[in-house]
Ligand binder design. Structure first.
Ligand SMILES: C[S@@+](CC[C@H](N)C(=O)[O-])C[C@H]1O[C@@H](n2cnc3c(N)ncnc32)[C@H](O)[C@@H]1O
Length: 200
């Protein structure tokens, strides 16, 4: 599908902007992945941009993972994929606790004689942005990424403090934020995955 047609189908739906969508679309056309894994699909907008590109790349398939609650999002990913006429290109998975559990099962499925056989050419991480989940995700995703594959992540500069200041409310996910140290609260966790060896 042409990029402009994908933009029209996804117009007004959170979260990925057309500008970011363009990056995903062009990247997929350039790298021509056979297997894409998206971790955190929400309504399916970024998955939509990958799907539009996948329709132009022969044999490209997408696996998309989120939480069970994403069933209730309006529109939900299945509705968006119908708009693309591409329901068969995307395998949708929903987990109860976290996509880290999906990765655990995927690694088990891919393991032969104690060796994990990498499966994906492109992995996009766009979930909770916290050290506990996403720190683990980078480690697990690395096992499933093919040599010369692409690991893409959003939210490198996202922090709890920044989010609180921007929204004027405390985050309400499953962690007890009162038990976070001030630096844990302030520092962007996804960035820390890459900069762990640098002095903070
Ligand atoms: C910013 S949204 C993703 C946006 C999506 N990639 C897009 O472009 O439209 C983050 C998503 O991560 C999901 N999420 C948060 N924590 C998660 C977890 N531990 N495991 C799986 N999904 C999670 C949320 O349900 C939400 O849909």
């Amino acid at each position: 599908m042409r990029f402009d047609d994908a933009v029209r189908l996804l117009e007004g739906i959170p979260y990925t902007s057309p500008a970011k969508g363009r990056v995903f679309h062009d990247l997929a056309l350039q790298r021509r992945p056979r297997q894409v894994l998206e971790l955190g699909f929400a309504h399916g907008v970024s998955a939509g941009y990958f799907t539009g590109a996948a329709q132009e790349v022969v044999h490209c398939r997408i696996t998309a993972v989120d939480l069970e609650q994403s069933h209730t999002f309006t529109p939900c990913i299945e509705e968006l994929l119908e708009r693309f006429g591409a329901r068969d290109l995307v395998s949708v998975h929903r987990e109860v606790s976290s996509y880290t559990w999906f990765l655990k099962k995927d690694i088990q499925r891919q393991t032969r004689a104690h060796v994990c056989i990498p499966k994906y050419d492109l992995i996009f991480i766009d979930g909770p942005k916290d050290w506990t989940n996403d720190g683990c995700v980078f480690f697990l995703a690395d096992k499933l990424l093919r040599p010369n594959g692409t690991l893409l992540c959003d939210d490198c500069n996202w922090s709890y403090r920044g989010d609180e200041l921007a929204r004027g409310t405390k985050h309400s996910r499953g962690y007890i934020f009162e038990k976070m140290s001030e630096d844990e609260f302030r520092e962007p966790h996804v960035r820390a995955v890459f900069q762990c060896s640098d002095a903070a």
